[in-house]
Design a protein around this ligand. Structure first.
Ligand code: PEP
Ligand code: MN
Length: 447
């Protein structure tokens, strides 16, 4: 039996990883208020992204999805948004140049506030408290009051998302993303990295190409695609009361869209068959992602695709594989084969971050850069061997000069991690490591 979809039909399904709000009246008041807030994105934009992702699925474009593991209230600052945005622009310039493909740019930004956790609680000494679940749910401070799930935080997450998106939209179209600025997207602190020199050389070549165009009578200033950038947002659609309140019917077609971001994905922990999260995503018309970890069986994946994309629309589904450098060789090929056998059209994307986490002797969570690279290299090699297209990458990074992942050309050692380890959740690539990764992905794409 197929249940009739409504924005709240997920409430009849098994929901994991959601907070247990004790004040139901407060929750209802907040979601009511949210449902009267402006949508953050429009249906037309989500449809445009779906078309672009369809192109990436077919090998005619490539998706770059990047940003924080978790946005937070305390780190909210225009400089931080700009710094992450400009590293994404740099990565995209490198990828465009190497691959000669349009790069679909998407930030894990302007909405990435709710986190699935491996344990529901956390113990220090003899105190046990609920885990932090992201700033839209509770606060990271280790006190009972802070860890209490407060629905009012959703309103703050919404307004921070709106302000972040406004800043991104202004930078995308207000001159900052002009290709003539390609040199100025470099950060001073990146100069120690050998990849910064390569970037400067590439930026010079782009500048020469623009000069050449201008000399031929094509004024780059009149070409919108050189002056502005299309930038999309996406986050894990984990906090369903929030996502439900932001689901709106498109007046033109009656279709429902999640208007909290252009792209929404379901995490590896909540993508089981019959889950509340799958039920919610089934009924919205956005392009959606499914995180695919090593425990996902090929038959389960096919059943999920039948549920989420019954009309087999191109660009509707992006499969974000996160297997781990040690397991990708075993687990990715059967998924690719099952999707091909069933004739489903998907866009493949590699998240080389989430299954390559290790703990250092001092207890910090880190990700060795060489494992990240190995997973990406194997992802390309496996898709090439299977005859499918490696349509994108998904990374956790920041424009800040953090030390959270070990390795890279400016090598960060396990001992050096504590220098600038600022993440609230998972370890991110810093600007230099992000650029290095972009060059290596560009090389593989260009082959
Ligand atoms: C994430 O993307 O931050 C995340 C939790 O990923 P996954 O669901 O793949 O573990
Ligand atoms: Mn993460």
């Amino acid at each position: 039996m197929t249940r009739r979809w409504t924005p709240d039909s997920w409430q009849a399904c098994e929901a994991r990883q959601l907070p247990d709000y004790d004040d139901k009246a407060a929750l209802a008041a907040v979601t009511q208020q949210l449902s009267t807030q402006p949508p953050l994105v429009f249906a037309g934009e989500a449809r445009e992204l779906k078309r672009s992702l369809g192109e990436a699925g077919a090998g005619r474009a490539f998706l770059l999805q990047a940003g924080d593991c978790a946005e937070t209230f305390v780190n909210f600052h225009p400089d931080a948004i700009r710094d992450t945005f400009r590293v994404i622009l740099q990565m995209a310039a490198v990828l465009t140049y190497a691959s000669k493909l349009p790069i679909v740019k998407m930030g894990r930004m302007a909405g990435q506030f709710a986190k699935p956790r491996s344990a529901p609680s956390e113990t220090h000494g003899d105190v046990t408290l609920p885990a932090w679940r992201g700033d839209s749910i509770n606060d990271i401070a280790f006190t009972a009051e802070a860890r209490h799930a407060d629905p009012a935080r959703m309103l703050r997450a919404h307004s921070q998302s709106a302000a972040t998106l406004n800043h991104l939209r202004a930078m995308s179209s207000g001159g900052y993303a002009n290709l003539r600025e390609v040199q100025s997207w470099t950060h001073a602190f990146m100069n120690q990295s050998p990849w910064a020199d390569r970037y400067r050389a590439l930026a010079d070549r782009i500048g020469d190409a623009l000069d050449f165009m201008e000399a031929c009578g094509i004024d780059p200033r009149t070409q919108p695609s050189l002056q502005t950038v299309r930038f999309f947002t996406g986050h894990e659609a984990l906090l369903l009361p929030y996502e439900q309140a932001m689901a709106r019917a498109d007046p033109a077609t009656g279709e429902y869209f999640g208007t909290s971001a252009h792209f929404l994905w379901v995490g590896d922990r909540t993508r089981f068959e019959g889950s509340a999260h799958i039920e919610f995503l089934r009924g919205i018309a956005n392009p959606i992602g499914i995180k695919c970890g090593p425990s996902l069986a090929p038959d389960t994946l096919v059943a999920l695709l039948d549920t989420l994309n019954p009309k087999r629309e191109a660009g509707r589904i992006t499969l974000i594989t996160r297997m781990g450098s040690d397991l990708i060789g075993r687990h990715l090929p059967p998924l690719i084969a099952a999707v091909a056998r069933e004739g489903h059209e998907v866009t493949w994307c590699s998240d080389p971050m989430h299954a390559n986490v290790v703990r250092t002797a001092s207890g910090l969570k880190t990700r060795p850069f060489d494992r990240i690279l190995t997973e990406v290299k194997d992802y390309f090699a496996i898709h090439r061997a299977e005859g499918s297209f490696p349509g994108g990458v998904h990374v956790e990074m920041t424009g800040l000069d953090v030390t959270e992942c070990t390795g890279g050309a400016v090598a960060i050692t396990a001992d050096g991690l504590s220098d600038r380890y600022h993440t609230h959740c998972d370890p991110r690539l810093n600007a230099a490591q992000s650029l290095e990764l972009a060059f290596l992905v560009g090389e593989m794409l260009g082959q």
